[in-house]
Design a protein. Structure first.
Length: 229
């Protein structure tokens, strides 16, 4: 009951309060980042992605665009997102945004709207069918997805997709104010230390090929084929 009270009411109260307080900073980030992105390649500033949230709800997630327009969707063999410092899909500005995690700043709007929380499992692509997911993937969707989470704070991109899913379930089962505070402080440390942002992998393959090698719900990605301003 105590955990339910926190997850349903207290956590949402803090999300609303903090997202409202962050709006001036979000506006300031747009003022400086938007021109840099546009001047880099004259492309759209924002990347609006379809994602699946709590209980299978589909929503639009906002990010600053960090990849070139119409970049292919590349995955590693296990179906997880391909991340590399030498990724040719990243723009010059986008590489900096990724390292500083500034590309996630527009998601403060998603938090205010109730689509996301500051802390929770990262949202997955909205292409899957919720009813077809296994219990692990359904359990991680019993809470709002977060801007940062347990896996992102402690491991970032250094672990597999399946391990991230298991970590998400652990988070859901141990959700508490103290756990969220630990993740928040660890996220700040992780951003400033710049560890495990880009992880070199043996090869990357198109999403269709990766999907044939890995079962389950699709992972997060930033395909630029549906970029919108």
């Amino acid at each position: 009951m105590k955990s339910e009270m926190y997850s349903r009411y207290i956590k949402r109260f803090f999300d609303i309060l903090l997202s409202l307080l962050s709006m001036p900073a979000v506006g300031l980030a747009v003022v400086f980042v938007a021109p840099a992105i546009w001047l880099n390649d004259r492309g759209p500033v924002f990347y609006n992605a379809t994602r699946m949230g709590m209980n299978g709800k589909i929503f639009r997630m906002y990010k600053f665009r960090s990849m070139k327009v119409n970049s292919p969707d590349l995955r590693t063999a296990d179906g997880s997102t391909y991340n590399s410092d030498s990724d040719p899909r990243l723009t010059k500005v986008g590489r900096i945004l990724r390292k500083l995690s500034v590309d996630e700043v527009p998601q403060m709007v998603n938090v205010l709207k109730g689509d996301m929380s500051f802390i929770g499992p990262r949202p997955i692509l909205g292409k899957g069918v919720y009813e077809d997911f296994d219990e692990i993937r359904k359990k991680r969707l019993t809470v709002r997805p977060g801007i940062t989470g347990y896996s992102q704070a402690y491991f970032r991109n250094s672990i597999s997709k399946e391990q991230k899913f298991l970590n998400d379930v652990y988070y859901v089962e141990h959700l508490s104010l103290l756990f969220d505070l630990r993740i928040l402080f660890r996220t700040v440390f992780s951003v400033f230390s710049s560890k495990n942002i880009f992880v070199e992998v043996p090869e990357a393959v198109p999403v269709e090929a990766a999907a044939a090698q890995a079962n389950g719900a699709p992972a997060e990605t930033e395909t630029q084929e549906t970029v919108e301003v």
